[in-house]
Ligand binder design. Structure first.
Ligand SMILES: Cc1ncc(COP(=O)(O)O)c(C=O)c1O
Length: 394
């Protein structure tokens, strides 16, 4: 058997599949028929190995309570150790439906109501939401932008805010969404040393770990025992294999004390066995998905290069952030000299695009818009042409 789903050019109609990206414009206050380049899933069919395994499982016809068998943990272990040189103990793996669910559990497990949790803004909006929704205080360490137009961390401010607010938990986004920074080992060590000095538990969201185009991904816990023993690493096959609808993630918690606290907080949610189909899909992805993964990355990398070159050439007032990872391009529109509302009007009403608005990632994101580049090239070309036209006719 070989991989069949390596055609990333074909445009597949996702309408009327209950797709958040394609079917929910009106419910989300948008015009119908905007070209959607927003929420982070791909417009590509996943690996044919996954499709076949799911079909086989579906044909069985009995979908009772299910838990992964030994082979699942072997497949996950091998994927992680091969990709990230991380030595994980299979005992340390805790399954959860989604990464955001697991992070919310971690916030509950490692802080009390009213206590502080630190994030680096702008960041994926759910980071803020799970802190606030659980009655904790959001502490913000704003990211800085350097001369090369890349995010950098203000370490002094990070440590000072931790001390001042007696922060209990740090939600790290690695690679960072938005902005696509793969944090480097020396940066992660600095952050980790600060957290270890002040008793802050590190919850590292590494859902985009496999999707990088420059350098490599450093798994936080792979840097050494002192980082491993004070962290919760949130991984999932869902972004990389385009199957977030299957709701399955693998959380690595090496320290047995932290693991027990996490499991106790998890139990309080009432959630137990996972989605039976998701288990099959995830194991298959880790075991047989490599080829699809490599080819989809190459396709997305070419999309990123295309989009960056197009914008530099035809819409030079926009500025693209230099990215290492994720398929999410972060673009600043302030060079157009118009307000945020006018930018939205231009993007949605004139260019007919549905992008993620930067300020939803925190006030630092205002003036930026996030483009999802995991789509067929023809869609990307259309989107960029529409944007060019709109800007030219402004
Ligand atoms: C950084 C980050 N974490 C988590 C998620 C969501 O993951 P899940 O659906 O597993 O909660 C996303 C989705 O865009 C993301 O970008």
């Amino acid at each position: 058997m070989s991989e069949r789903n390596l055609d990333f050019d074909t445009v597949i109609n996702r309408k009327n599949t209950g797709s958040l990206k394609h079917d929910y414009a009106r419910q989300r206050g948008k015009r119908e028929n905007l070209l959607p380049l927003w929420v982070a899933d791909m417009d590509f069919k996943t690996s044919s190995y996954i499709v076949d395994a799911v079909q086989k499982r579906v044909e069985h016809g009995i979908y009772g309570y299910s838990e992964p068998l030994e082979g699942y943990f072997d497949a996950f272990h091998d994927w992680i150790s091969d990709k990230f040189k991380a030595d994980i103990d299979k005992k340390s793996i805790v399954l959860a439906p989604t990464v955001v669910f697991a992070m919310a559990v971690a916030v509950n497990a490692f802080s009390k109501e009213g206590e502080s949790v630190i994030i680096q803004s702008p960041v994926y909006p759910e980071f803020r939401d799970i802190i606030e929704d659980n009655g904790r205080k959001v502490i913000v360490n704003s990211l800085l932008i350097d001369d090369e137009f890349r995010y950098q961390i203000d370490f002094e401010d990070f440590e000072q805010k931790i001390i001042e607010n007696q922060v209990k938990v740090y939600l790290l986004c690695n690679p960072h969404n938005p902005g696509g920074r793969s944090w480097q080992r020396d940066e992660l060590k600095k952050l980790g040393d600060i957290c270890n000095r002040h008793g802050v538990v590190v919850v590292s969201d590494e859902i985009h770990a496999d999707i990088y185009f420059r350098g490599h991904h450093t798994m936080y816990s792979a840097m050494g025992e002192e980082y491993k023993s004070n962290s919760i690493i949130c991984t999932a096959p869902t972004k990389v294999f385009n199957m977030p609808g299957f709701q399955i993630s693998n959380i690595i918690i090496d320290n047995p004390v932290l693991r027990l606290d996490f499991k106790n907080a998890f139990k309080k949610t009432g959630y137990s066995q996972l989605n039976a189909i998701g288990i099959v899909a995830a194991e298959t992805a880790y075991r047989y998905g490599e080829k699809w993964h490599k080819e989809s990355l190459a396709y997305i990398k070419a999309n990123i290069e295309y989009a960056t070159a197009f914008i530099e050439r035809y819409i030079p007032a926009l500025r693209v952030m230099k990215m290492d990872a994720t398929y999410l391009m972060w673009v600043n529109f302030n060079g157009l000299g118009i307000s945020n509302d006018e930018q939205r009007h231009l993007i949605e009403d004139k260019a007919g695009l549905w992008l993620n608005e930067g300020k939803s990632f925190g006030p630092e994101g205002e003036g930026f818009w996030r483009f999802n580049l995991a789509c067929p090239r023809s869609i990307l070309e259309k989107a960029l042409e529409q944007l060019k036209e709109a800007v030219n006719n402004k």
